[in-house]
Ligand binder design. Sequence first.
Ligand code: GLU
Length: 472
Amino acid sequence: MSTGELSFYQSVQRNFDKAAAHTDLHKGLLEQIKVCNAVYSMRFPVKIGNEYQVIEAYRVQHSQHRLPTKGGIRYSLEVNQDEVMALAALMTYKCAIVDVPFGGAKGGVRINPKAYSTKQLESITRRYAAELIRKNFIGPGIDVPAPDYGTGGREMAWILDTYISFNHGDIDGAACVTGKPVSQNGIRGREEATGRGVYYGLKEAVSYKDDMSRIGLTTGMAGKTMVIQGLGNVGSYTGLICQNEGDAKIIAVSEFEGAIHSEKGINIAELIKYRKETGSILGFPGTKKMKDRAAALELPCDILVPAALENQIHVRNAANIQAKIVAEAANGPVSSEGEDILLKKGVLIIPDMFINAGGVTVSYFEWLKNLSHMRFGRMEKRFNQQTYENILNLVVKLTGKTLGDKERLFVARGADEIDLVRSGLEETMVSAYQQIREVYKRKKKITDLRTAAFVCALDKIAADYVSRGIFP
Ligand code: GLU
């Protein structure tokens, strides 16, 4: 890179090496975990209007220690092999940390999705999917894509349709991709999952008195000031849920078109509506426009949430960051060298491979749903509801008191799919944080959460290899 800074992939590898030094794993085993197992770089033509465009695309399977491999597909002009390799590697560690039994992968198509019509995007997506099928880079037990930056349920539905038309009669075909629309074998709660996971992870992180007092904060989400970079899927749901359920105060939002600021707090639901109508966050009532979009990152706040792209906090701006906590909702938003500066300042960095793992966690639930061919809750919902009814009736009988309809409904209900997904997600995020924090507290030489998270992941991945007798 012209700046002399590390590339994204090099940055991930540097973090890996830092963590590997805290393990006593076999050198060869560490090397096997570190490298990308399979890199598929492709070029294919798509007819756009009267022209043929050659599209550059990738799918990288970083680690096949568990199958299928898993990870999103990104549509962006920044896509290149180095980036996809870095993102695939992060998926491996992410899955291990939240105990999702997949290897890591990632895909990327080097296009600006906004520059194409829906029909053209469909052609590109279907052609990309066909390339993956041809090379055996997709399948319920092989490699399962999902949404990422620039893609969503619509693209996943196209991929599913392409896959099943090539695999007619595959009863598990729906599990070839996750993040599908609910009507196309998706799962309720997948769309909000990454943002909701950020909320659950943050809520757990700010619940420890000793950790919070070290950075001069009190416990609890309520009243914490937040700055959010990026109002895409992840940033939007993080903001909405932290505000509605955590009572956090969002004081600034930064997007492509610029940044806005209000010490009184910004209503995220209103802001999203406003942006949909006007095409921009700028001019949102009650807010001031900031100098530029990068300025929001440097505001004093309790929690900074970079939820856009990688390398947003780097050696050139890290010294200016005034947040006490940086929650990496995006993948790789803090460069490895930028992190050194933040850590020296005492910033608590909650690493991407943990805090944004909600997406892949609910993808795992979706995959399980597809393989079981049944919606979660279908078997037990009514049974549980009846059991709670029976208990309430007994309580009424024994106490001689009556119960209102509202009180009854509060207790006597069985869980729907969305309730189970959220519950499973919260459990996943809380227990993963506890594992990371345990390593962080126990290994005195580890002084940051990313290294602790990496060590957790490395131990689990290594155990897989060792149990298969590949390494001693
Ligand atoms: N793209 C998301 C991520 O970076 C989700 C991946 C998935 O669900 O497989 O974690």
